[in-house]
Design a protein around this ligand. Structure first.
Ligand SMILES: [Ca+2]
Ligand SMILES: [Ca+2]
Ligand SMILES: [Ca+2]
Length: 562
């Protein structure tokens, strides 16, 4: 077996010149990243009344709870699921709806922000007749979980391992890929995370730019050579180069393992079961969340372009000629764009008719900010997204395959209230499974197959709820500057409570202070308020209190207390 490994020494050597180049480029390319608050990592909570789907024939059942920040899952068999936990580094097993108390594996992980145990894929299709488990995680620098958080120990790397399932445990690890986990800008984000076995039996890994590396893989023309980050990587299950005589991007490591480049970060990809085409989600900075068709040689355009090139959301004024190309690579626009980011995550094709013919082979997508599950249909050639007549609502605004205003998302919402979604899979039973950052695993199935009593209609508050007792209401209307919160300012007496009701279609926060303040959120901070939910704060001291939304800092309000 040839181990394909970008070893650590090589990685460190590559890192040095990248830092120098990065310092020159940082002001022009990453200002929006540097300025955005860590508050952008707030996650949608689960709805207090539980998740629901917008089809009366379907139900949502909880399969398991009490997982510790689960990130990805894979089915060993019917009702037999392996789940990765981000910050414990544990691979947990859920059998017949029961979470086994002991993990099948526990690895030491670095876990700050977006680091951790991130991806899992299972293959039983190999010559040895073994069950291979592929895991992608940020390896701890000293063998202790979260030592990057607690003691600032730098991680060893973002590593792809292959394990074997032996007697219910994961054994015989083989290190297949060792990628840098050291961010040049001190931000432990954009480590990507999903691992897939393709229809060709090869292993596909999607990895982000890892804290803002700036190489030719990020379309920096004068930048250093690609270092294995910011793209989809493809190797064989034994860690060999796929088709070494015909590499997509070029000869030699790491160029010959790239399948796609120019990807900022991603938490979702899947192969279309009908065409074998790979699709992914991609996270924009504060604009330009994307869904892409990822053909071999795809260049997604980051850091020069995010969203549709013609719209120039990043205001770089570039054309296709300003990007970096290798071999037969070329740029392509995304197939769907959110102008205001939602924290897009998982992507999965429902290759089953168990939820109804209309949903068969639809693409389902999740997000982390809102806990929303979106549904997409494809055109006949299955090379683009086509919102067809199976949706309800204002479809005209979606004809451009773009959410210009967050309120355009409504027809696409298939389910809500899940909490931040980290993974979506289809079980051997043909049902849709949804994993959440909040620690739950749900399945969506026909009501006729559900073992739960007739599910109760979720009760949600409405903005008409009258002022109760000593409380006054503010409605969150949506992104509209000083008119985002209504009324604004709200004037109250000391000792009164303000209750904010989210009347918009996406999550917002009510966070004290102003964007960029050192003490933002120190007086009050709602975290994500999902649509139709409330947050309350009581003001005992007279004064004027600014607040804003950490997801959308242009939303500002004020509480005046007399
Ligand atoms: Ca661990
Ligand atoms: Ca793109
Ligand atoms: Ca639109």
């Amino acid at each position: 077996m040839i181990r394909l490994q970008l070893n650590l020494k090589e990685g460190l050597l590559l890192t040095f010149p990248i830092i120098l180049v990065f310092m020159i480029l940082v002001s022009s390319f990453t200002s929006c990243q540097i300025n955005s608050a860590y508050g952008a990592y707030a996650k949608a909570p689960e709805s207090p009344t539980g998740p629901t789907v917008n089809d009366d024939n379907l139900a949502v059942e909880k399969v398991a709870g009490d997982l510790d920040i689960p990130t990805s899952m894979a089915f060993l068999g019917p009702n037999d699921i392996l789940v990765t936990e981000k910050e414990t580094g544990k691979v947990m097993r859920i059998t017949d709806g029961k979470l086994m108390p002991d993990p099948v594996l526990d690895v030491p992980v670095a876990a700050s922000i977006e680091r951790g145990l991130l991806g899992i894929a299972i293959s039983k299709n190999n010559q040895e007749g073994k069950t291979f488990i592929f895991l992608f995680y940020t390896a701890s620098g000293n063998g202790v979980d979260e030592s990057d958080v607690d003691d600032e120990v730098p991680p060893l790397g973002n590593r792809l391992y292959r394990y074997e399932l032996v007697d219910g445990q994961l054994k015989n690890p083989v290190l297949l890929l060792d990628l840098s986990a050291i961010p040049p800008n001190d931000r432990p984000e954009h480590n990507g995370g999903k691992v897939l076995i393709g229809p060709d039996n090869n292993v596909y890994l999607i990895v982000g730019e890892v804290g803002g590396h700036r190489t030719q893989a990020q379309n920096v023309i004068d930048g250093p050579a690609p270092n294995g980050l910011g793209g989809v990587l493809r190797i064989t299950q034994d860690g060999k180069i796929v088709d070494p005589d015909n590499p997509i991007f070029g000869e030699g490591l790491p160029l010959n393992i790239y399948y796609a480049m120019g990807i900022r970060n991603s938490f979702g990809m899947d192969f279309d079961p009908l065409t074998g085409n790979l699709w992914d989600t991609e996270n924009g900075p504060d604009t330009g969340d994307e869904i892409n068709l990822v053909f071999p040689g795809f260049n997604s355009g980051w850091v020069q372009v995010q969203g549709y090139m013609s719209e120039d959301l990043l205001e770089n004024g570039v054309s296709e000629n300003d990007l970096v190309y290798f071999g037969n690579s070329h740029y392509a626009d995304p197939k769907f764009v959110w102008d205001t980011t939602i924290g897009i995550t998982a992507l999965k094709f429902l290759n089953s008719d168990k939820l109804g013919k209309a949903y068969q082979n639809n693409m389902f997508v999740g997000d982390i900010n809102n806990g929303l599950l979106y549904r997409f249909t494809l055109n006949e050639a299955r090379d683009n997204i086509l919102i067809n007549n199976t949706y309800v609502g204002d479809l005209k605004a979606l004809q451009d395959n773009e959410i210009n205003d967050p309120k355009e998302n409504q027809p696409l919402i298939f389910g809500q209230g899940f909490g931040g979604i980290t993974d979506i899979q289809v079980g051997p039973d043909g049902y849709l499974y949804v994993l959440t950052y909040t620690g739950s695993l749900y399945k969506i199935l026909p009501k006729a197959d559900s073992t739960l009593p007739i599910s109760q209609k979720a009760e949600t508050a409405t903005e008409d709820d009258s002022v109760q007792g000593n409380s006054v209401n503010v409605v969150i209307r949506g992104i509209n500057g000083g008119n985002s919160y209504s009324p604004n300012p709200i004037e109250i007496q000391a000792g009164q409570t303000v209750t904010w009701y989210n009347g918009d279609t996406i999550s917002h926060t009510v966070t004290s202070g102003q964007d960029g303040d050192d003490d933002e959120g120190s007086l009050f901070d709602s975290d994500a308020i999902i649509p139709n939910q409330h947050y309350s704060a009581t003001f005992d001291e007279p004064g004027e209190y600014d607040y804003y939304c950490v997801y959308h800092p242009s939303m500002v309000g004020e509480v005046k207390v007399e």
